[in-house]
Design a protein around this ligand. Structure first.
Ligand code: NAD
Length: 353
């Protein structure tokens, strides 16, 4: 008999395909918006401006200041524009950093958001926001944070550099891996997790070889959507806690850190989550989940050593202490020595054990 479960569906409208950003003006109209603020990073300002142009008269302003970790100072600048321009809706074109800014504004104003993702981070599917104030990152959840409309346009991902595509894809896979052994897992989200891992594991090596392969790009974006849904729906465990700690305390890059840690966090949890490991290995098409993730990242040419990402060796002990403090629920109880060893292997870039 199936175990009892709770499934919370998040109410977002999803438009998926190639050239779908052309539907943005219709979506803006559908929501009744008249004074939209378009958000981007400085690196993607051109995309932000082109998007505003496509919206036409209903676009009131562009703010191209989104940056990693959603610092409140940046949000305050965007908020000043929201008030000055009497903004009634937000459009974000970019990765997790741009989506983060849209969410931070929505949390403060409850304005509707339309997000067009250009990476595989998956933030657009979650009611979660991580904000940084004075260098400290705190995470909160609210229905106000969840974007109302998500436009997945494969064309927007064609420019994502190969190295970033690989680690961003591994970041997405990490959401699905932890969803499969989450305490509040359920059969619907597990279906999405397995399909998300499968789609990404097949697509990422093709993208690494031919970044303009539209079929592979489309499969990867579909996988990223599924994995993002997993992240928004069930609790994350040791892997996300470690990455949060490493990102926050050592300023390590987000997707790259996920890629280096994932095989080791998976190996740590393997003895306590055999069913999840079988599902992950099956989706990867390998015999062993942790080794399969390591081999996939290796095949993609990703950096597998935290030391190459800027972590110092004495950081291993600090990170182990931080991982033990305020832990997330995890299928295997946290053992400090084993976690220190896991971090030491990720630091060196060794295969998981
Ligand atoms: P990012 O948004 O910081 O993007 C990295 C860089 O790549 C930026 O300069 C960006 O402009 C550029 N870029 C993005 N897409 C591009 C494209 N298609 N072509 C060319 N350049 C492109 O990176 P990310 O990994 O997507 O997001 C990381 C951030 O998102 C972190 O702050 C993380 O905490 C957050 N995040 C939050 C959630 C959540 O649910 N709250 C989920 C995942 C990630």
């Amino acid at each position: 008999m199936m175990e009892a479960f709770v499934y919370n569906a998040h109410p977002a409208r999803v438009i998926f395909g190639s050239g779908t950003l052309r539907q943005l003006p219709t979506e803006v109209e559908r929501l009744g918006l008249r004074r939209v603020l378009v958000l981007s990073t400085p690196q993607q300002e051109k995309d932000g401006r082109a998007t505003a142009e496509a919206i036409g008269g209903r676009a009131a302003a562009v703010f191209a200041g989104a940056t990693m970790h959603t610092p409140v100072e940046v949000t305050e600048k965007a908020m000043a524009l929201v008030l000055a321009e009497r903004i009634d809706g937000i459009v974000a074109v970019g990765g997790g950093s741009t989506t983060g800014l849209a969410k931070a504004v929505a949390l403060r104003t409850d304005l509707p958001q339309i997000v067009a993702p250009t990476t595989y981070a998956g933030s657009e599917m979650t009611p979660i926001l991580g904000e940084t104030r004075d260098g400290v990152k705190t995470t909160q959840k609210s229905p106000k944070i969840l974007p109302e409309v998500v436009i997945y346009d494969v064309d927007l991902t064609l420019s994502l550099p190969v190295a970033l595509s690989s680690v961003s894809g591994m970041n997405a896979i990490a959401h699905a891996v932890e969803a499969l052994y989450a305490q509040d897992r359920n059969p619907i989200i597990s279906l999405m997790a397995v399909e998300g891992i499968r789609a990404l594991a097949q697509a990422l090596p093709k993208i690494a070889e031919a970044p303009a392969d539209r079929k592979a790009r489309s499969d990867a974006l579909y996988g990223a959507w599924l994995c993002g849904t997993c992240l928004g729906a069930v609790g994350m465990a040791l892997h996300h806690k470690l990455c949060h700690t490493l990102g926050g305390s050592f300023d390590l890059p987000h997707a790259e850190t996920h890629t280096a840690v994932l095989p080791h966090a998976t190996a740590y949890n393997a003895p306590a989550a055999p069913e999840a490991m079988r599902a992950i290995a099956g989706a990867l098409g390998t015999g062993d989940a942790a080794r399969g993730l390591y081999d996939l990242a290796h095949r993609l040419g990703a950096t597998l050593a935290l030391k190459t990402l800027g972590m110092t060796e004495h950081g291993i002990e600090t990170a182990a202490d931080l991982a033990m403090a305020n832990p997330y629920w995890n299928p295997r109880p946290l053992e400090r020595n084993a976690i220190r060893d896991l971090l030491a292997r990720a630091y060196a870039g060794e295969p998981p054990r």
